[in-house]
Design a protein around this ligand. Structure first.
Ligand code: ADP
Ligand code: MG
Length: 613
């Protein structure tokens, strides 16, 4: 019997996926292999060919065939939309005079609260008064000497209540003191600590957090503040929440303000309506306004403001990517998410960061018809294999998804990729309804990166993909659910005491001091903010009645459906609407991957007159 070998190629924004199958005259399809590689270049451009060639060779090798044995290649008719991300601040804490230190040195000394006037350590022997003091110890001074000086002063009746130390000497000094005091160390910019000013030093016991200085009324008590002054200093207490140690110094002339940046407003231009929203109102308000304006035609940001800059940046990026004029770029979808952005506090003395309020925007633009035909022609020329552009991506994805055991039409698919979340439905008559929304896996990675102040997107991507653990000893690790895991082989010494990412092979320690619980919370919230929101939005759009309760089954596809918690989060949410949802298992073996490539092969039969479904 004559057989044809067909390759289906899905060029996605992030990933190029291929399936190879043998199709006989009876139209029986026997899948031989599949493979995937990262997409090279912008989807739908000739730059993709590099990735396609590599992927195709690998897939052919896996199938045990030569490239020349392939009779026909079918590529997806890529949707002409591209997404991009931007992020900016909407509030900022400004401390115009140095007046606080709030950080988590590994080993501060002692515990408790001490209040006194700041004085340099070498001035202490000259003190005559009965005031209380906080000693300031620059790095030039040796810990033995410092402890000796303090002990001597205390014996004389001088009241030393605490210490601020530049080096990592807190414990060393503390151990040598006759009368114990709280000590905050590792204060790098100690020269900025104002002298002869009233200061409070607080250190919590191991495993605890400070309580007095992180509470505005605690600060008011310590510094005898009026209600007006308490209001002013509230920003300081807020930024100290969660620290194990802190110093606050009262500089009467100093001013601490939390000011809302003029973040600007954005205009959502819809089919039926327009809405103007101030970014300061937050992501929720933006998304609420968006619901009321019908189909989105474009978004404009107020010029000269943060949001104006953000949207123009997006437009510029997309213009560069697509080779279109900036004026021809129209934003067709927008997802706004509240996000913490780490910002160094002006006036801080130990390089403290404050988590400022910010907003992250994912946007989607329609490009001019992408030149998939060009890609197709060039590919055919280079490989000398006939190449055809298959049907619409959404349709191919549905055909592929329907190979999941237990599914049937009508079906709703939710394709969760890197740049976009797409949904599509097909009704009993074969009519297809699809939508492409901004925001997916890449936005989750961006949020994790920002909220954990990592400045390392690769690491953020790993945090997204794998569960965490905390290495307790060379053989023990605490897992996310609190259970203790015993390892046969010792963990590497550099992971000891660290929160680690548990990859399939080996562990990666996180270079931050955030607790396992906090990292987990940020990871899960980032996923929820993007995917639960977008799943609901996407499904609503493809439901003719706009009421997703009319949907019975949802099948999740794409790279982000591989995530170890995103599908469960979505299933839980959709269960509230009595929708059954789960991730696909393409051809009963491929999980949520390869739907479009599989659909491209199966649909080649359709075009020869077969009936599917
Ligand atoms: P596209 O169809 O847009 O090319 P994909 O379907 O390949 O995109 O999805 C890419 C996204 O999937 C990326 O954001 C990536 O981080 C995410 N991803 C890939 N593998 C995993 C995984 N094992 N767990 C979680 N996310 C994953
Ligand atoms: Mg895809």
């Amino acid at each position: 019997m004559r057989k044809q070998i067909i390759a289906g190629i899905d060029i996605g924004n992030s990933t190029t996926e291929i399936a190879i199958a043998e199709v006989n005259e009876e139209r029986e399809t026997n899948f031989l292999s599949q493979h995937l590689v990262p997409t090279t270049g912008v989807k739908g451009t000739v730059d993709n060919i590099k990735g396609i060639s590599v992927c195709l060779k690998e897939a052919a090798a896996k199938a045990g065939i030569e490239l020349s044995h392939i009779d026909c290649i079918r590529i997806n008719d890529a949707v002409p939309v591209i997404g991009d991300l931007a992020m900016d601040l909407i509030s900022e804490t400004v401390i115009t005079e140095s007046s606080m230190i709030g950080h988590n040195p590994d080993t501060p000394g002692g515990a408790g609260l001490g209040v006194g006037v700041t004085i340099l350590i070498d001035q202490l022997p000259e003190v005559q008064s009965t005031d209380s003091y906080i000693v300031v110890v620059p790095k030039a001074f040796d810990y033995e000497w410092v402890a000796h000086i303090i002990n001597k002063a205390v014996t004389r009746g001088v009241s030393v209540k605490g210490a601020i130390v530049q080096k990592d000497d807190g414990t060393l000094i503390h151990n040598r003191l006759d009368k114990k005091i709280p000590i905050v160390d590792e204060v790098s910019m100690i020269e900025k600590v104002p002298l002869q000013k009233l200061a409070a030093v607080e250190v919590a016991l191991p495993g605890h957090v400070i309580r007095m200085l992180s509470n505005p009324y605690g600060l008011a008590t310590v510094f005898h503040l009026s209600p007006k002054e308490t209001k002013q200093i509230a920003a300081v207490s807020k930024s100290l929440v969660g620290n194990r140690s802190a110093v606050v110094i009262r500089t009467p002339e100093g001013e601490i303000v939390e000011r809302k940046i003029e973040a600007g407003s954005m205009s959502l231009i819809g089919e039926t309506n327009q809405a103007k929203i101030s970014i300061n109102d937050g992501a929720l308000a933006i998304m609420e306004a968006y619901k009321k304006i019908g189909e989105l035609k474009d978004v404009q940001g107020e010029t000269g403001t943060n949001v104006g800059g953000m949207l123009n940046g997006l437009r510029q990026d997309l213009a560069d990517l697509t080779g279109q004029e900036m004026n021809d770029i129209y934003i067709t979808d927008l997802l706004a998410v509240d996000a913490g952005i780490p910002t160094s506090i002006s006036g801080a003395m130990a390089g403290e960061l404050a988590m400022e309020q910010g907003v992250a925007l994912a946007s989607m633009v329609k490009t001019e018809k992408v030149s998939i035909q060009k890609v197709s022609n060039l590919l055919e020329e280079q490989l000398e294999i006939p190449v055809e552009v298959g049907g619409v991506e959404a349709e191919m994805a549905i055909i592929g998804a329907l190979t999941t055991p237990g599914t049937e039409r009508p079906i709703v698919i939710l394709d969760m990729g890197g740049g976009s979340t797409d949904a599509a439905t097909i009704d009993k008559k074969g009519n297809i309804n699809s939508s492409h929304l901004a925001g997916a896996g890449d936005m989750v990675t961006l949020l994790i990166n920002s909220e954990l102040a990592l400045q390392d997107l690769e690491l953020a991507e790993k945090i997204k993909k794998y569960p965490l653990g905390k290495v307790l000893s060379l053989f023990h690790m605490q897992l996310e659910d609190g259970t203790i895991f015993f390892s046969e082989t010792p963990f590497p010494p550099y992971t000891y005491g660290k929160v680690v990412i548990r990859e399939e092979e080996g562990v990666t320690p996180l270079p931050i001091r955030t607790s396992l619980e906090k990292v987990r919370l940020i990871r899960r919230e980032s996923k929820r903010k993007v995917f639960v929101t977008n799943a609901l939005r996407a499904l609503e759009r493809v439901t003719p009645t706009r009421n997703i309760r009319h949907i019975s089954f949802v099948v999740m596809l794409g790279g982000s459906a591989l995530d170890f918690e995103i599908p469960q989060m979505i299933s839980e949410e959709l269960a509230k609407y009595s929708i059954v949802a789960g991730f696909a298992n393409i051809r009963g073996s491929e999980g949520p991957r390869n739907a479009v490539a599989t659909g491209l092969i199966l649909s080649s039969k359709v075009e020869k007159g077969a009936i599917y479904g």
